[in-house]
Design a protein around this ligand. Structure first.
Ligand code: LFR
Length: 490
């Protein structure tokens, strides 16, 4: 049996898990968890939302040490949210603190890019959905790229600090909008047309390759062996989709449910048609050459920001409390388009939700339980729309929706998802990203897990899933959809 450390960094928390993989064995146990989030820093009349990258690095090291104390590690791997990066100078030193993708510095940049590279062409090269924070737009929002030598995405930056080796793991590189989805290489022509120096783009590496070993000085300082560091599916969603325990041959959609809900299908090749572009679907690179054809649906972020708002206003509510209240609110009383740009930046979500309800002629939710019910109904409605669109755009039926990630714990949301999508939901595992992370590491280090099917079979054999049947009240969802979206697929 192999013991492996999986570092999984989300936008609101990070964790280090100790994983065990062997014949018929697969488990992950959390050994260290720490908060993450934006840090707003003022400068010259404005402010920027950053990440505390050094704090994350320190917590990660603490977690790796804790994992090693529980038994000899064979390796470690890091996954995190996508698109964000650090810039290094020629000596390899970090230039400035990485910026959080929810910062407003990219406002208006996508429109400027479209004047140089039309959206159709950009999609044709990169296959990516338009999100204001794609790495491409962030790089164009930088004040000065002159002294930057290399751009490293967050897991690649942490890997560099561990091993001294620079590179870009493909699943995460595919979220930059600077990666050619067909050739699997950097889109250097695109970069140069937009004035982004291609020296910034480091050598690409495949998920499942070994990055290097822990730097001897660092290992000695931490009391760790010189462990191999494996490039896993370093985009957390790539690792989470490895962890979707679908049976071979089933027509499944997945929802990777956390701060974001990533809703879509696993494909063998990108879907780059006009309809996919119009529906703003993305083709992100997955492990073993798969494509994640999905849309980002604003996820539990709106709920966690609401809890933060109530706390700041002096009326704190616990999650179990608001969920219990939400369960008692009549279904579909009010719904909003949860994907509207207004829900992207941090702030007073209950107020924004009320405003969106007023704007669409609905009675706004008042009590926290009503607000939370509106959020959950609206999320389920967005899942319904996205699953249907994914199916229509690819011509593939969807017979079951797999929900993985933290949202698995939200039973009300899982039931609403089954109701809204009109197909059964299979919920679990919660720790899909960490499982995907350790499975890819285990294979890289010699475990007999030849393909995704073998990895998923091992998850099914070792983890319990919960099944939610749709309740069959179809019409309520179609009517609610019509309230907020005239383009809805009925
Ligand atoms: C989920 C995720 C999404 C990505 C968003 C921003 O954690 O990685 O896949 O679009 O965060 O990076």
């Amino acid at each position: 049996m192999m013991r492996l450390a999986a570092v999984d960094l989300g936008a609101s928390s990070g964790r280090v898990m100790a994983g065990a993989v062997g014949p018929g064995v697969l488990s992950v146990e959390e050994v260290h968890r720490f908060p993450n989030g934006g840090v707003r820093v003022a400068h010259g009349g404005g402010s920027t939302l950053h990440w505390d990258i050094l704090g994350l690095y320190r917590e990660m090291l603490t977690g790796i040490q804790a994992a090693q104390r529980g038994g000899e590690l064979a390796g470690l791997g890091i996954d995190s949210w996508a698109v964000d990066y650090g810039l290094l100078d020629a000596s390899g030193a970090l230039l400035g603190n990485p910026v959080n993708y929810r910062d407003s510095r990219t406002d208006g940049i996508a429109q400027r890019v479209a004047e140089v590279v039309p959206a159709r062409e950009l999609f044709d090269i990169t296959g990516l959905q338009q999100l204001p924070f794609n790495t491409l737009y962030q790089l164009l929002a930088e004040r000065d790229l002159g002294s930057a030598e290399t751009m490293l995405l967050i897991p690649d930056l942490l890997n560099y600090w561990l091993t001294g080796v620079r590179g870009a793991e493909r699943t995460n590189a595919s979220t930059t909008q600077l990666y050619d989805v067909r050739s699997g290489q950097w889109a250097t022509g695109l970069a140069s047309r937009l004035g982004i120096p291609s020296r910034l783009l480091p050598p690409l590496r495949d998920p499942g390759s070994v990055v290097g070993t822990l730097l001897p000085d660092l290992a000695a300082e931490l009391g760790l062996p010189e462990l191999p560091v494996v490039a896993v599916g370093s985009h957390d969603t790539a690792s989470a989709v490895v962890g979707v325990p679908a049976e071979p041959g089933t027509n499944f959609a997945y929802i990777s449910s956390g701060t974001w809900s990533l809703v879509g299908l696993e494909l063998e090749s990108p879907e780059l048609g006009d309809s996919a572009l119009a529906a703003n679907f993305t083709n992100e690179g997955g492990v073993d050459g798969t494509i994640r054809f999905l849309r980002n649906v604003t996820g539990l972020w709106v709920l966690s920001e609401s809890l933060r708002t109530w706390e700041a206003q002096g009326t704190p509510m616990s999650l179990p409390e608001v969920l219990a209240q939400a369960a008692g609110v009549p279904p579909l009383s009010a719904v909003v388009d949860i994907d509207a740009p207004v829900f992207l930046p941090p702030g007073d979500m209950p107020a924004r939700i009320r405003q969106a309800c007023v704007d669409t002629g609905q009675r706004p939710p008042e009590a926290p339980g009503e607000v939370v019910r509106c959020i959950l109904d609206s999320l389920a409605l967005a899942y319904r729309r996205t699953v249907r669109q994914a199916s229509e755009l690819t011509g593939r039926p969807v017979d079951v929706v797999h929900v993985v990630g933290g949202g698995v714990r939200n039973e009300l949301l899982c039931q609403l998802t089954a109701d809204a999508c009109g197909v059964p939901v299979l919920a679990g595992p919660v720790e899909a990203a960490a499982l995907g992370n350790v499975l890819v590491q285990a294979r890289a280090l010699g475990a007999d897990l030849p393909d995704l099917a073998a990895m998923r079979a091992l998850i099914r054999a070792t983890h319990e899933l919960r099944r939610y049947e749709p309740s069959g009240r179809e019409s309520g969802w179609a009517e609610a959809a019509a309230r907020i979206d005239s383009r809805v697929v009925a």
